[in-house]
Design a protein around this ligand. Structure first.
Ligand code: NAD
Length: 497
Protein backbone atom coordinates (compact mmCIF):
# COMPACT_ATOMS: atom_id res chain seq x y z
CA UNK A 1 0.00 0.00 0.00
CA UNK A 2 1.41 3.40 -0.91
CA UNK A 3 1.69 6.10 1.78
CA UNK A 4 -0.99 8.75 1.28
CA UNK A 5 0.14 12.31 0.61
CA UNK A 6 0.09 13.92 4.01
CA UNK A 7 0.02 17.59 2.96
CA UNK A 8 -3.39 19.10 3.65
CA UNK A 9 -5.38 22.33 3.77
CA UNK A 10 -5.90 23.18 7.48
CA UNK A 11 -9.03 25.22 6.78
CA UNK A 12 -10.71 22.14 5.30
CA UNK A 13 -10.45 19.95 8.41
CA UNK A 14 -13.87 19.48 10.01
CA UNK A 15 -13.81 20.09 13.78
CA UNK A 16 -16.02 18.16 16.18
CA UNK A 17 -18.31 20.46 18.17
CA UNK A 18 -19.39 20.36 21.81
CA UNK A 19 -18.90 17.79 24.56
CA UNK A 20 -19.31 14.05 24.03
CA UNK A 21 -21.69 12.64 26.65
CA UNK A 22 -23.83 9.51 26.61
CA UNK A 23 -22.61 8.44 23.18
CA UNK A 24 -23.43 11.68 21.33
CA UNK A 25 -22.28 15.27 20.94
CA UNK A 26 -23.86 17.44 23.59
CA UNK A 27 -24.30 21.19 23.80
CA UNK A 28 -25.59 23.19 26.76
CA UNK A 29 -25.22 26.61 25.10
CA UNK A 30 -22.25 27.55 27.27
CA UNK A 31 -19.66 30.25 26.59
CA UNK A 32 -17.14 29.21 23.94
CA UNK A 33 -13.37 29.09 24.32
CA UNK A 34 -11.24 30.03 21.31
CA UNK A 35 -8.77 27.41 20.02
CA UNK A 36 -5.77 28.63 17.98
CA UNK A 37 -3.45 26.95 15.47
CA UNK A 38 0.02 26.99 17.07
CA UNK A 39 1.68 26.90 13.65
CA UNK A 40 0.60 30.41 12.65
CA UNK A 41 -1.54 31.65 15.55
CA UNK A 42 -4.72 31.74 13.42
CA UNK A 43 -8.07 31.20 15.12
CA UNK A 44 -9.04 27.59 14.49
CA UNK A 45 -12.39 27.14 16.21
CA UNK A 46 -14.14 26.99 19.55
CA UNK A 47 -15.04 24.55 22.30
CA UNK A 48 -17.63 25.03 25.02
CA UNK A 49 -16.48 25.84 28.54
CA UNK A 50 -18.35 23.25 30.63
CA UNK A 51 -20.39 24.53 33.55
CA UNK A 52 -20.63 22.56 36.81
CA UNK A 53 -24.04 21.38 35.58
CA UNK A 54 -22.53 19.91 32.40
CA UNK A 55 -19.79 18.15 34.37
CA UNK A 56 -22.47 16.80 36.71
CA UNK A 57 -24.53 15.65 33.72
CA UNK A 58 -21.49 13.84 32.22
CA UNK A 59 -20.52 12.09 35.46
CA UNK A 60 -24.10 11.13 36.41
CA UNK A 61 -24.66 9.79 32.91
CA UNK A 62 -21.40 7.81 33.03
CA UNK A 63 -22.31 6.33 36.42
CA UNK A 64 -25.76 5.33 35.19
CA UNK A 65 -24.27 3.80 32.01
CA UNK A 66 -21.65 1.96 34.04
CA UNK A 67 -24.34 0.47 36.30
CA UNK A 68 -26.78 -0.49 33.55
CA UNK A 69 -24.65 -1.30 30.46
CA UNK A 70 -22.82 -4.24 32.01
CA UNK A 71 -19.46 -2.82 30.82
CA UNK A 72 -17.85 -3.50 34.21
CA UNK A 73 -19.40 -6.93 34.73
CA UNK A 74 -19.15 -8.48 31.26
CA UNK A 75 -16.27 -10.85 30.64
CA UNK A 76 -12.96 -9.07 30.11
CA UNK A 77 -12.61 -10.79 26.73
CA UNK A 78 -15.81 -9.10 25.57
CA UNK A 79 -14.40 -5.72 26.59
CA UNK A 80 -11.15 -6.63 24.83
CA UNK A 81 -13.04 -7.24 21.56
CA UNK A 82 -14.55 -3.75 21.68
CA UNK A 83 -11.21 -2.14 22.49
CA UNK A 84 -9.49 -4.05 19.66
CA UNK A 85 -12.15 -2.88 17.19
CA UNK A 86 -11.67 0.64 18.49
CA UNK A 87 -7.91 0.40 17.80
CA UNK A 88 -8.68 -0.83 14.26
CA UNK A 89 -10.96 2.15 13.64
CA UNK A 90 -8.24 4.51 14.83
CA UNK A 91 -5.86 2.89 12.33
CA UNK A 92 -8.54 3.08 9.63
CA UNK A 93 -8.95 6.83 10.20
CA UNK A 94 -5.22 7.48 10.56
CA UNK A 95 -5.07 10.25 7.96
CA UNK A 96 -8.05 12.27 9.21
CA UNK A 97 -7.04 11.79 12.86
CA UNK A 98 -3.48 12.89 12.07
CA UNK A 99 -4.85 16.02 10.38
CA UNK A 100 -7.11 16.80 13.32
CA UNK A 101 -4.21 16.31 15.77
CA UNK A 102 -1.89 18.47 13.70
CA UNK A 103 -4.27 21.32 13.11
CA UNK A 104 -4.76 22.22 16.77
CA UNK A 105 -1.61 20.91 18.43
CA UNK A 106 2.15 21.25 18.00
CA UNK A 107 2.53 17.94 16.17
CA UNK A 108 3.81 18.01 12.55
CA UNK A 109 1.56 15.92 10.31
CA UNK A 110 4.27 13.39 9.48
CA UNK A 111 4.75 12.72 13.19
CA UNK A 112 1.03 12.68 13.96
CA UNK A 113 0.61 10.09 11.21
CA UNK A 114 3.74 8.02 11.84
CA UNK A 115 3.75 8.04 15.62
CA UNK A 116 0.86 9.69 17.52
CA UNK A 117 -2.00 7.91 15.75
CA UNK A 118 -0.43 4.42 15.58
CA UNK A 119 0.84 4.72 19.17
CA UNK A 120 -2.69 5.64 20.26
CA UNK A 121 -4.10 2.55 18.55
CA UNK A 122 -1.28 0.40 19.95
CA UNK A 123 -1.84 1.60 23.52
CA UNK A 124 -5.54 0.73 23.30
CA UNK A 125 -4.67 -2.64 21.72
CA UNK A 126 -2.13 -3.33 24.46
CA UNK A 127 -4.70 -2.79 27.21
CA UNK A 128 -7.27 -4.84 25.27
CA UNK A 129 -4.76 -7.70 25.35
CA UNK A 130 -4.21 -7.23 29.10
CA UNK A 131 -7.93 -7.18 29.90
CA UNK A 132 -8.15 -10.85 30.91
CA UNK A 133 -4.57 -11.28 32.09
CA UNK A 134 -4.63 -9.30 35.34
CA UNK A 135 -7.63 -10.13 37.46
CA UNK A 136 -6.21 -10.89 40.88
CA UNK A 137 -3.92 -13.25 42.77
CA UNK A 138 -3.99 -16.27 45.04
CA UNK A 139 -2.36 -15.33 48.34
CA UNK A 140 0.13 -17.49 50.23
CA UNK A 141 -1.99 -18.05 53.34
CA UNK A 142 -2.13 -20.82 55.98
CA UNK A 143 -2.91 -24.24 54.51
CA UNK A 144 -6.36 -24.44 56.13
CA UNK A 145 -7.59 -21.30 54.42
CA UNK A 146 -7.70 -19.93 50.92
CA UNK A 147 -6.91 -16.28 50.40
CA UNK A 148 -7.20 -14.40 47.16
CA UNK A 149 -7.29 -10.86 45.89
CA UNK A 150 -10.21 -10.10 43.60
CA UNK A 151 -9.70 -7.05 41.39
CA UNK A 152 -12.65 -5.02 40.21
CA UNK A 153 -13.26 -1.70 38.45
CA UNK A 154 -13.66 1.47 40.49
CA UNK A 155 -16.70 2.83 38.66
CA UNK A 156 -16.19 6.17 36.92
CA UNK A 157 -12.62 7.41 36.54
CA UNK A 158 -11.96 11.10 35.88
CA UNK A 159 -9.10 11.79 33.45
CA UNK A 160 -7.49 15.14 32.67
CA UNK A 161 -4.91 15.50 29.91
CA UNK A 162 -2.43 18.17 28.76
CA UNK A 163 -1.97 19.74 25.34
CA UNK A 164 1.39 18.34 24.35
CA UNK A 165 0.45 14.90 22.95
CA UNK A 166 -3.35 14.95 23.01
CA UNK A 167 -4.06 11.62 21.27
CA UNK A 168 -1.39 9.59 23.04
CA UNK A 169 -2.31 11.04 26.43
CA UNK A 170 -5.95 10.19 25.79
CA UNK A 171 -5.10 6.54 25.07
CA UNK A 172 -2.73 6.21 28.04
CA UNK A 173 -5.54 7.30 30.34
CA UNK A 174 -8.61 5.68 28.84
CA UNK A 175 -6.93 2.43 27.65
CA UNK A 176 -6.30 0.86 31.07
CA UNK A 177 -9.36 2.44 32.71
CA UNK A 178 -11.77 1.07 30.11
CA UNK A 179 -10.05 -2.32 29.76
CA UNK A 180 -10.40 -2.75 33.53
CA UNK A 181 -14.15 -2.18 33.23
CA UNK A 182 -14.50 1.43 34.36
CA UNK A 183 -16.37 4.28 32.69
CA UNK A 184 -14.34 7.41 31.97
CA UNK A 185 -15.09 11.13 31.89
CA UNK A 186 -12.14 12.86 30.25
CA UNK A 187 -11.32 16.55 30.10
CA UNK A 188 -8.70 17.25 27.44
CA UNK A 189 -6.72 20.47 27.44
CA UNK A 190 -8.84 23.42 26.33
CA UNK A 191 -6.05 24.19 23.83
CA UNK A 192 -6.20 20.81 22.03
CA UNK A 193 -9.67 19.28 22.48
CA UNK A 194 -10.63 18.02 19.03
CA UNK A 195 -8.84 14.71 18.46
CA UNK A 196 -10.06 13.34 21.82
CA UNK A 197 -13.67 14.05 20.77
CA UNK A 198 -13.21 12.14 17.51
CA UNK A 199 -11.67 9.17 19.31
CA UNK A 200 -14.70 9.09 21.65
CA UNK A 201 -16.96 9.00 18.60
CA UNK A 202 -15.01 5.99 17.26
CA UNK A 203 -15.51 4.15 20.57
CA UNK A 204 -19.24 4.14 19.89
CA UNK A 205 -18.68 2.84 16.35
CA UNK A 206 -16.54 0.07 17.89
CA UNK A 207 -19.47 -1.04 20.04
CA UNK A 208 -18.66 0.55 23.38
CA UNK A 209 -21.90 1.23 25.26
CA UNK A 210 -23.03 4.86 25.20
CA UNK A 211 -21.92 6.76 28.30
CA UNK A 212 -18.85 4.64 29.03
CA UNK A 213 -16.36 7.05 27.46
CA UNK A 214 -17.30 10.73 27.73
CA UNK A 215 -15.48 13.97 27.01
CA UNK A 216 -16.18 17.33 28.66
CA UNK A 217 -14.42 20.44 27.44
CA UNK A 218 -13.53 23.52 29.40
CA UNK A 219 -11.00 25.32 31.52
CA UNK A 220 -8.98 23.51 34.13
CA UNK A 221 -9.74 25.67 37.15
CA UNK A 222 -13.49 25.31 36.55
CA UNK A 223 -14.41 22.19 34.53
CA UNK A 224 -11.29 20.24 35.61
CA UNK A 225 -11.81 21.08 39.27
CA UNK A 226 -15.54 20.26 39.07
CA UNK A 227 -14.66 16.85 37.61
CA UNK A 228 -12.10 16.11 40.34
CA UNK A 229 -14.51 17.15 43.09
CA UNK A 230 -17.56 15.34 41.75
CA UNK A 231 -18.79 12.68 44.21
CA UNK A 232 -19.46 10.27 41.32
CA UNK A 233 -15.75 10.16 40.39
CA UNK A 234 -14.02 7.28 42.16
CA UNK A 235 -10.45 7.92 41.00
CA UNK A 236 -8.52 10.67 39.19
CA UNK A 237 -5.89 10.11 36.54
CA UNK A 238 -4.03 13.26 35.53
CA UNK A 239 -1.19 14.26 33.24
CA UNK A 240 0.05 17.83 33.30
CA UNK A 241 2.11 20.26 35.31
CA UNK A 242 3.30 19.64 38.86
CA UNK A 243 1.37 22.67 40.11
CA UNK A 244 -1.94 21.44 38.68
CA UNK A 245 -1.16 17.92 39.92
CA UNK A 246 -0.89 19.28 43.47
CA UNK A 247 -4.25 21.08 43.11
CA UNK A 248 -5.86 17.86 41.86
CA UNK A 249 -4.34 15.80 44.66
CA UNK A 250 -5.64 18.28 47.21
CA UNK A 251 -9.12 18.38 45.63
CA UNK A 252 -9.19 14.57 45.46
CA UNK A 253 -8.23 14.38 49.13
CA UNK A 254 -10.88 16.87 50.21
CA UNK A 255 -13.70 15.46 48.07
CA UNK A 256 -13.89 11.77 48.80
CA UNK A 257 -10.29 10.69 49.53
CA UNK A 258 -9.97 9.54 45.94
CA UNK A 259 -6.84 7.79 44.70
CA UNK A 260 -4.83 9.70 42.11
CA UNK A 261 -2.41 8.84 39.35
CA UNK A 262 -0.31 11.90 38.56
CA UNK A 263 2.07 12.18 35.60
CA UNK A 264 3.77 15.54 36.08
CA UNK A 265 6.64 17.70 34.95
CA UNK A 266 10.33 16.98 34.55
CA UNK A 267 13.78 18.49 34.09
CA UNK A 268 15.60 15.42 32.91
CA UNK A 269 19.38 15.08 32.67
CA UNK A 270 21.39 13.60 29.81
CA UNK A 271 24.54 12.33 31.52
CA UNK A 272 27.44 11.76 29.11
CA UNK A 273 30.57 10.07 30.42
CA UNK A 274 34.06 10.41 28.99
CA UNK A 275 33.75 7.50 26.55
CA UNK A 276 30.78 6.71 24.34
CA UNK A 277 30.75 4.18 21.51
CA UNK A 278 29.40 6.52 18.83
CA UNK A 279 29.64 10.27 19.34
CA UNK A 280 27.21 11.12 16.53
CA UNK A 281 24.62 8.70 17.90
CA UNK A 282 24.93 10.33 21.35
CA UNK A 283 24.64 13.81 19.79
CA UNK A 284 21.51 12.73 17.90
CA UNK A 285 19.95 11.37 21.10
CA UNK A 286 20.67 14.62 22.91
CA UNK A 287 19.53 16.91 20.09
CA UNK A 288 16.32 14.96 19.59
CA UNK A 289 15.82 14.61 23.35
CA UNK A 290 15.45 18.35 23.89
CA UNK A 291 14.00 19.50 20.54
CA UNK A 292 11.31 16.87 19.87
CA UNK A 293 7.91 18.57 19.87
CA UNK A 294 9.76 21.88 20.30
CA UNK A 295 10.99 20.72 23.73
CA UNK A 296 7.41 20.39 24.90
CA UNK A 297 7.63 16.84 26.23
CA UNK A 298 7.51 15.95 29.91
CA UNK A 299 10.55 13.69 29.44
CA UNK A 300 12.54 16.23 27.39
CA UNK A 301 16.23 15.79 28.23
CA UNK A 302 17.01 19.45 28.86
CA UNK A 303 20.08 19.26 31.11
CA UNK A 304 23.30 18.09 29.47
CA UNK A 305 25.79 16.90 32.09
CA UNK A 306 28.97 16.05 30.21
CA UNK A 307 32.48 14.94 31.14
CA UNK A 308 34.82 17.91 30.68
CA UNK A 309 37.01 16.09 28.15
CA UNK A 310 33.98 15.12 26.07
CA UNK A 311 32.27 18.54 26.20
CA UNK A 312 33.81 20.23 23.16
CA UNK A 313 33.47 17.42 20.59
CA UNK A 314 29.98 16.59 21.83
CA UNK A 315 28.72 20.18 21.70
CA UNK A 316 30.12 20.50 18.15
CA UNK A 317 28.32 17.29 17.15
CA UNK A 318 25.06 18.47 18.76
CA UNK A 319 25.26 21.77 16.89
CA UNK A 320 25.69 19.87 13.61
CA UNK A 321 22.41 18.10 14.42
CA UNK A 322 20.65 21.38 15.25
CA UNK A 323 21.72 23.53 12.29
CA UNK A 324 19.35 22.00 9.70
CA UNK A 325 16.27 22.46 11.96
CA UNK A 326 13.81 24.89 10.46
CA UNK A 327 10.18 25.86 11.01
CA UNK A 328 7.24 25.39 8.68
CA UNK A 329 3.51 24.86 8.62
CA UNK A 330 2.65 21.65 10.45
CA UNK A 331 0.35 20.56 7.62
CA UNK A 332 3.32 20.53 5.20
CA UNK A 333 4.81 17.03 5.28
CA UNK A 334 8.34 18.49 4.98
CA UNK A 335 8.03 20.15 8.41
CA UNK A 336 9.63 18.21 11.25
CA UNK A 337 9.92 20.91 13.92
CA UNK A 338 7.20 22.06 16.34
CA UNK A 339 6.12 25.56 17.36
CA UNK A 340 5.55 26.63 20.95
CA UNK A 341 1.91 26.03 21.84
CA UNK A 342 0.95 29.64 22.66
CA UNK A 343 2.16 33.24 22.93
CA UNK A 344 1.98 33.01 26.73
CA UNK A 345 4.21 29.93 26.81
CA UNK A 346 6.63 31.57 24.33
CA UNK A 347 6.93 34.60 26.63
CA UNK A 348 7.57 32.34 29.63
CA UNK A 349 10.47 30.59 27.85
CA UNK A 350 12.04 33.91 26.90
CA UNK A 351 11.63 35.25 30.44
CA UNK A 352 13.39 32.20 31.91
CA UNK A 353 16.25 32.53 29.41
CA UNK A 354 16.56 36.22 30.25
CA UNK A 355 16.62 35.48 34.00
CA UNK A 356 19.25 32.81 33.36
CA UNK A 357 21.41 35.28 31.43
CA UNK A 358 21.03 37.79 34.26
CA UNK A 359 22.45 35.16 36.58
CA UNK A 360 25.49 34.58 34.32
CA UNK A 361 24.33 32.04 31.72
CA UNK A 362 25.61 32.41 28.16
CA UNK A 363 23.72 31.52 24.98
CA UNK A 364 26.27 29.52 22.96
CA UNK A 365 23.86 28.45 20.21
CA UNK A 366 20.46 29.63 18.95
CA UNK A 367 18.37 31.96 21.10
CA UNK A 368 15.12 33.70 20.18
CA UNK A 369 12.52 32.75 17.61
CA UNK A 370 12.68 31.90 13.91
CA UNK A 371 11.28 34.72 11.82
CA UNK A 372 8.64 34.71 9.11
CA UNK A 373 6.16 32.38 10.79
CA UNK A 374 3.38 34.91 11.42
CA UNK A 375 1.99 34.54 14.92
CA UNK A 376 3.51 31.06 15.21
CA UNK A 377 6.31 30.84 17.79
CA UNK A 378 9.07 28.52 16.60
CA UNK A 379 11.83 28.82 19.16
CA UNK A 380 15.35 28.23 17.90
CA UNK A 381 17.06 25.24 19.52
CA UNK A 382 19.19 26.92 22.17
CA UNK A 383 22.24 25.92 24.21
CA UNK A 384 22.97 27.68 27.50
CA UNK A 385 26.41 27.37 29.13
CA UNK A 386 27.89 28.87 32.33
CA UNK A 387 25.00 27.59 34.38
CA UNK A 388 24.74 26.21 37.91
CA UNK A 389 22.09 24.26 39.80
CA UNK A 390 20.54 27.64 40.75
CA UNK A 391 20.20 29.00 37.21
CA UNK A 392 16.47 29.37 36.44
CA UNK A 393 16.82 27.34 33.20
CA UNK A 394 18.37 24.46 35.19
CA UNK A 395 15.89 24.65 38.06
CA UNK A 396 12.59 25.18 36.22
CA UNK A 397 10.79 23.18 33.55
CA UNK A 398 10.89 25.64 30.60
CA UNK A 399 8.91 23.48 28.20
CA UNK A 400 10.87 24.75 25.22
CA UNK A 401 13.91 23.63 23.13
CA UNK A 402 16.58 24.84 25.56
CA UNK A 403 19.49 22.68 26.69
CA UNK A 404 21.68 23.74 29.61
CA UNK A 405 25.28 22.49 29.66
CA UNK A 406 27.21 21.54 32.79
CA UNK A 407 30.54 19.71 32.92
CA UNK A 408 32.05 17.31 35.45
CA UNK A 409 35.45 15.82 36.24
CA UNK A 410 34.58 12.35 37.53
CA UNK A 411 31.73 9.82 37.83
CA UNK A 412 30.81 10.93 41.33
CA UNK A 413 30.42 14.56 40.33
CA UNK A 414 28.48 13.68 37.16
CA UNK A 415 25.94 11.60 39.06
CA UNK A 416 25.61 14.32 41.71
CA UNK A 417 24.91 16.95 39.02
CA UNK A 418 22.29 14.71 37.36
CA UNK A 419 20.16 14.81 40.53
CA UNK A 420 17.42 17.45 40.59
CA UNK A 421 15.91 18.85 43.79
CA UNK A 422 12.34 18.78 42.41
CA UNK A 423 11.90 16.38 39.53
CA UNK A 424 12.65 12.72 38.85
CA UNK A 425 10.90 11.81 35.63
CA UNK A 426 13.58 10.46 33.26
CA UNK A 427 17.32 10.43 32.67
CA UNK A 428 19.64 9.52 29.79
CA UNK A 429 22.98 7.86 30.58
CA UNK A 430 25.57 7.60 27.80
CA UNK A 431 28.69 5.51 28.31
CA UNK A 432 30.51 2.73 26.49
CA UNK A 433 31.24 1.21 29.93
CA UNK A 434 28.07 -0.68 30.83
CA UNK A 435 29.19 -1.07 34.45
CA UNK A 436 29.49 2.70 34.75
CA UNK A 437 26.09 3.21 33.09
CA UNK A 438 24.46 0.74 35.48
CA UNK A 439 26.09 2.35 38.52
CA UNK A 440 24.59 5.66 37.40
CA UNK A 441 21.23 3.98 36.77
CA UNK A 442 21.18 2.68 40.36
CA UNK A 443 21.93 6.10 41.84
CA UNK A 444 19.81 8.46 39.73
CA UNK A 445 16.35 8.96 41.24
CA UNK A 446 14.13 8.95 38.14
CA UNK A 447 11.18 6.83 37.02
CA UNK A 448 12.77 6.02 33.65
CA UNK A 449 16.45 5.61 32.78
CA UNK A 450 17.50 5.34 29.15
CA UNK A 451 20.98 3.95 28.56
CA UNK A 452 22.70 4.86 25.27
CA UNK A 453 19.36 6.05 23.88
CA UNK A 454 16.88 8.77 24.73
CA UNK A 455 13.12 8.54 24.47
CA UNK A 456 10.36 5.99 24.64
CA UNK A 457 10.09 3.07 22.27
CA UNK A 458 6.75 1.67 21.15
CA UNK A 459 6.94 -0.94 23.94
CA UNK A 460 3.70 -0.34 25.83
CA UNK A 461 4.74 -2.92 28.45
CA UNK A 462 7.30 -0.44 29.84
CA UNK A 463 5.51 1.81 32.32
CA UNK A 464 6.18 5.51 32.56
CA UNK A 465 5.93 7.76 35.58
CA UNK A 466 7.99 9.94 37.83
CA UNK A 467 9.60 10.14 41.25
CA UNK A 468 9.52 13.17 43.54
CA UNK A 469 7.39 16.00 42.19
CA UNK A 470 7.27 14.32 38.77
CA UNK A 471 4.33 12.27 39.90
CA UNK A 472 2.66 9.32 41.57
CA UNK A 473 1.92 6.01 39.85
CA UNK A 474 2.46 4.87 36.28
CA UNK A 475 0.90 5.14 32.86
CA UNK A 476 1.32 2.22 30.43
CA UNK A 477 2.55 -1.24 31.41
CA UNK A 478 0.77 -3.70 33.68
CA UNK A 479 1.09 -1.10 36.43
CA UNK A 480 -1.44 1.25 34.79
CA UNK A 481 -3.95 -1.57 34.47
CA UNK A 482 -3.52 -2.69 38.10
CA UNK A 483 -3.97 0.94 39.23
CA UNK A 484 -7.25 1.14 37.30
CA UNK A 485 -8.80 -1.49 39.59
CA UNK A 486 -9.45 -1.71 43.29
CA UNK A 487 -8.34 -4.86 45.03
CA UNK A 488 -10.53 -6.83 47.40
CA UNK A 489 -8.97 -9.33 49.81
CA UNK A 490 -10.92 -12.54 50.34
CA UNK A 491 -10.18 -15.20 52.96
CA UNK A 492 -12.05 -18.51 53.18
CA UNK A 493 -11.60 -20.94 56.07
CA UNK A 494 -11.90 -24.62 55.15
CA UNK A 495 -14.34 -26.69 57.13
CA UNK A 496 -12.61 -28.79 59.78
CA UNK A 497 -12.29 -32.44 58.58
P1 NAD B 1 -1.49 22.01 32.94
O1 NAD B 1 -1.22 21.43 34.28
O2 NAD B 1 -1.55 23.48 32.81
O3 NAD B 1 -2.87 21.49 32.35
C1 NAD B 1 -3.11 20.10 32.20
C2 NAD B 1 -4.61 19.86 32.25
O4 NAD B 1 -5.09 20.18 33.55
C3 NAD B 1 -5.43 20.71 31.27
O5 NAD B 1 -6.48 19.91 30.76
C4 NAD B 1 -5.97 21.81 32.16
O6 NAD B 1 -7.18 22.36 31.69
C5 NAD B 1 -6.20 21.05 33.45
N1 NAD B 1 -6.23 21.86 34.69
C6 NAD B 1 -5.61 23.04 34.93
N2 NAD B 1 -5.88 23.47 36.19
C7 NAD B 1 -6.69 22.53 36.76
C8 NAD B 1 -7.28 22.38 38.04
N3 NAD B 1 -7.12 23.28 39.00
N4 NAD B 1 -8.04 21.28 38.28
C9 NAD B 1 -8.20 20.34 37.33
N5 NAD B 1 -7.66 20.43 36.08
C10 NAD B 1 -6.90 21.50 35.80
O7 NAD B 1 -0.39 21.37 31.97
P2 NAD B 1 -0.18 21.67 30.43
O8 NAD B 1 0.48 23.00 30.31
O9 NAD B 1 -1.42 21.38 29.67
O10 NAD B 1 0.87 20.50 30.02
C11 NAD B 1 2.23 20.61 30.19
C12 NAD B 1 2.67 19.92 31.47
O11 NAD B 1 2.29 18.54 31.43
C13 NAD B 1 4.17 19.92 31.66
O12 NAD B 1 4.46 20.20 33.00
C14 NAD B 1 4.56 18.48 31.32
O13 NAD B 1 5.76 18.05 31.90
C15 NAD B 1 3.39 17.72 31.81
N6 NAD B 1 3.29 16.40 31.16
C16 NAD B 1 3.66 15.29 31.88
C17 NAD B 1 3.64 14.02 31.26
C18 NAD B 1 4.07 12.78 32.01
O14 NAD B 1 3.84 11.67 31.52
N7 NAD B 1 4.68 12.92 33.18
C19 NAD B 1 3.23 13.91 29.93
C20 NAD B 1 2.86 15.06 29.24
C21 NAD B 1 2.89 16.30 29.88
Amino acid sequence: MSTPSLDFDPSAVPLPQGHFIGGAYYSAGEAQLAVYRPSDGALLGHVPDASDATVDHAVSNALAAWKTSGWGTRSPRERAKVLSRWAELIDRDAVSLAQLETVSSTRPVTESYASDVPFTAEAIRFFAELADKLGGDIAATRRDSLGFIASEPYGVIGAITPWNFPLSMCSWKCGPALAAGNAVVMKPSEMTPFSTLRVAELAIEAGMPAGIFNVVNGRGATAGAALTRHPGIAKMSFTGSTRTGAAIMSDAAMHGTKPVTLELGGKSPQLVFEHVRDLDHTARCIARGFTANGGQACVAGTRLIVHERMAEPLIDAIQRQLRPIKPGPLWDSRTAYSPIISAGQARRIEALIEQSRDSGAEVIFGGGFFEGTGEGYFHRPTLLANVTADTPAVREELFGPVLTVQTFKDEEEGIALAAHPTYGLAAGVHSSDIGQALRAMRRIAAGTIWINRYGRSGDMIIPTGGFGQSGIGKDLGREAMVASMRHKSVLIDFEAP
